[in-house]
Every structure is written in C-alpha cells, then in structure tokens.
Design a protein around this ligand. Structure first.
Ligand code: AMP
Length: 438
C-alpha cells in the first residue's frame, strides 16, 4: 500500500463500545453510589482477573448452559517456556465463579466469618448484539459466602441482599422496578423436579420449537426460560417447582419472604424464574424495569449457590449473590431522564481562564494552578485566540469566564463574567476562588 492511499478506518469490535466523557460521569455516579451502599452493608471490594481457566466456567457455570456452550471467548494459550504448560483460557463471562475460586484459593472460609464481597468490572459473552446486550458489558455484583457455621445459609442473608438491592435502586433513582422471586430448591429437589418436567414434556415436546425440543432432553429447566410465543401455553401448564420443594427448602423460602415482608420490600412470585446458570439453588431473583430496555428488561439477576464451592473443589460454603447489568442500569436512567425532560449530563466547569495575549499564557496557567489546588474545576484557554473565540469556548464548557490581560496581571484584579446572568464584575485575586464557587 502506498503512503498516499487511504487506509480503511478501524472500528471498535462488534458488540463492544467506547464510553466517552459525556457518558462516563453517569457511570461514575452509579459506581460511586453502589460502593457507598455496599460499604454500609459491610461489603469489601474484590478484583479478580478478567481471564481464568476455561475449566472454572465449565465446572462453575455449567457445560449445558448457553454461556458455556456457545458464548465464551476461549483460546488455547501456548506455553512460552519449558516450565509452562499450554492451557485453555476464557475471558470471564460472569464474576461469581472467579470470586468463589478466589474464596477457595485464599482460604477465606478459614476466618470463620461471613465474606461479603463486591466487584465492578467488564464481562464478556459472544451474544448477538442489540440494545442492552453487548459482547463486553459491565456488571456490578456482590456475594455473601462463608462456612455454614458463619450463617451463610440463613434466609436472612437472602433477604438482606434483596433489601440492599431495593435500597440501591431507590437511591439511584430507578423507578418502577419489579422484584421477581422464586425458589429453585436444593440440588436434590431439582433432580425430582427435572424428572417431573421430563415426564410432562415427553408427550408434548414434539409440538414445541426446535430449541425447546433440545432443552427438553438436555436441560428441561431451561424450557421455562423460553420466550417462544407459541410454546407459552404448554409451558404454563408444566408442573411448578413450588410443588417439588423439600420441607427444608420450602421453609427457607418462607423465611426469605417473611423478612422481605417485614422490611416492606415488594416482590412478585414467578415460578418460571430459573435463571440461565447451573449453580443456582433455592432463592433466585431478577429485578426488571419497564422503561428503556425493551425486551432485555432484566436489570439484574442472582440467587443462592450453596453447592458452587464444592463444584470447584472447595469446602462447603453456601452463598448468595447477584450481578447488576451496569449498561442496562445506565440505559434505564437515561430513558427515565428523557421521559422526564431532565438531563443526566455532567455539569459545567467552574471557570474558564482566558489569557488576552500569548504573553499572559504563563500567568494564566499559574492562576489555574492556584484555583485547581483550591478544588475548583478549571479550563485554561490560549492567548492566541481572539476574544470572541475565547468567549465561545468558555460558554460551551464553563459557568464563568475569567479574563486575564496585562492590566489584570499587574493589578491582581480580574474580570469575571457569569454566562447564565450575563453579569460582569471585577474581583481581587484573594477573593477569586470563593467568588467562582458561588
Ligand atoms: P447473568 O450473569 O446472566 O445472571 O446476568 C446478570 C445481568 O447482567 C443481567 O440481568 C443483565 O442486566 C446483565 N447482562 C447479562 N448479559 C449481558 C449482555 N450481553 N450485555 C449487557 N448486559 C448483560
């Protein structure tokens, strides 16, 4: 290719996106609120690697799930030295498996205490991209896990997590959220329920869509997830998990509901909510919203995973957790603001300093340094700009403009204009920081 030939432009990979500075303030506000709420409930942050061995997800999330069977970004990582082995690695499609792996690896259970851990970070799934569904997306999640003696299995933990989520969504200003709640029972309950589902599906499955015919064989629980219009009548008539819960599981679920009732957190029982990951036991839940997400209306999902640690070769460590789809949370907040005619955009800077000539550039930078160290948000122009151009730039990014010419430098009295009111005043340098905060 010759140097003059135009090269094709490169774009972000399908299903991934850039978040530009007009969007990131909202992301940062959401994350700061989540961190503050989690801290109030005694959660600490954990950061696990974005890639792990493929086996972690195969064992943890489950070979039969959509995620593991078709959505993972996996590669064969070649050995680089004789001391290294080649391995199959995968970009994490979710974070719970990684957190539980870390819990086991660092023997966090040996403290005897409940571990309350949260994370914020990107996850990767090779899904068909659409609004609210990306190949790199962010999750804000938390887990409560510990040895049985720490009370990790108690229903109060389930209710605490749900109450915390209700508080977080309220604090973020998410309206009209709906908590959908179910119990999928213990692993043993599910064996009996799966058998009942298989039996009920056997005479009718030939009338269902291809996906459901396959699921009816491989993982009948997944049939309950199906959105296929024509199959809904058959699915609604299938046996309900509630009728297959052991007395222990039923009692656990009753305790979760009683604690939610006591806290005044509303919920809707949804017997078809089984979730897409194999590790769930007992309580499962989703929070859905009506604004902004269309068909991808699940803002977050989670549940209890009492057997996961053992599936990963660890000690018995019951746990419960959730993952919020941060991209969807942001879309919801943006859609709500749009419906209200308000803005989620970041505010303007406190001041724009406009040197009148290039000779004032050093003094302008010095003034900006003073104001920034006083905590103000400040942009500095360039003395080569015509004054009209400086005013134009300043008006676009800042609430006030500070003019800095030869006189101002000599007298230390500055001219400040407030754009909203058009008011122009002279202010001594000593009072400038205070005046700009106003
Ligand atoms: P899951 O890990 O599948 O239980 O998903 C938890 C939450 O993550 C969902 O409720 C969504 O809000 C979000 N989520 C899952 N997959 C995606 C995706 N591909 N793009 C954006 N958000 C997602």
């Amino acid at each position: 290719m010759s140097n003059t030939e135009k090269r094709p432009t490169l774009k972000a990979v399908r299903g991934t996106r850039d978040l530009l500075p007009d969007q990131t303030p909202l992301w940062n506000r959401v994350e700061a609120t989540a961190r503050a709420v989690f801290a109030r409930y005694g959660f600490g942050e954990i950061r696990t690697p974005v890639f792990e061995t493929t086996e972690l997800f195969a064992r943890g999330v489950g070979e039969e799930t959509d995620i593991v069977s078709k959505e993972m970004f996996t590669w064969e990582d070649r050995a680089r030295a004789a001391s290294e082995k080649a391995q199959q690695l995968t970009l994490r499609p979710e974070n719970t498996a990684g957190v539980v792996r870390a819990y086991i690896e660092h023997k966090l259970g040996e403290t005897g205490q409940l571990q309350k851990l949260y994370y914020i970070g990107p996850q990767f799934r090779r899904e068909r991209p659409q609004r609210g569904r990306y190949r790199q997306f962010w999750q804000i999640g938390a887990e409560i896990i510990g040895p049985q003696s720490s009370g990790a299995e108690s229903a109060i933990r389930d209710a605490e997590v749900l109450e915390m989520l209700a508080s977080l969504l309220d604090e973020l200003g998410i309206r009209d959220w709906k908590l959908e709640l179910n119990s999928v029972g213990s692993a043993e309950d599910r064996v009996r329920y799966n058998a009942a589902l298989r039996e009920a599906l056997a005479p009718v499955k030939h009338r269902m869509c291809e996906d459901n015919q396959r699921r009816a064989e491989t993982n009948p629980l997944r049939v309950l997830d199906s959105k296929d219009e024509a199959d809904q009548e058959i699915i609604d008539a299938l046996p309900k998990i509630a009728d297959y819960l052991s007395p222990d599981s039923a009692e656990h679920f009753a305790q979760v509901k009683a604690a939610l009732d006591a806290c005044g957190v509303p919920y809707h029982l949804n017997p078809r909510l089984v979730r897409g990951l194999d590790y769930y036991t007992r309580t499962t839940f989703e929070f859905t919203v009506t604004t902004g997400l269309g068909t991808q209306n699940a803002l977050l999902g989670g549940g209890r995973y009492d057997g996961l640690s053992e599936m990963l070769g660890g000690p018995r460590a019951p746990g419960i957790g959730f993952a919020i789809g941060e991209d969807r949370l942001i879309l919801t907040l943006q859609a709500q603001a749009e419906a209200d005619g308000t803005s989620v955009a970041a505010g303007k800077l406190d001041a724009y300093i406009a040197p009148i000539g290039v000779e004032q550039n050093p003094a302008a930078l010095k003034l900006a340094r003073e104001l920034r160290s006083a905590g103000l948000t400040v942009e500095v122009g360039d003395g080569s700009f015509k004054i009209g151009k400086s005013f134009g730039f300043a008006d676009a990014v800042a609430r006030k403009i500070v003019l800095l010419g030869e006189d101002e430098v000599a007298t230390n009295v500055l001219t400040v204009k407030t754009f909203a009111t058009g008011e122009q005043v002279k202010i001594g340098r000593e009072q400038l920081a205070e005046a700009l905060k106003a």
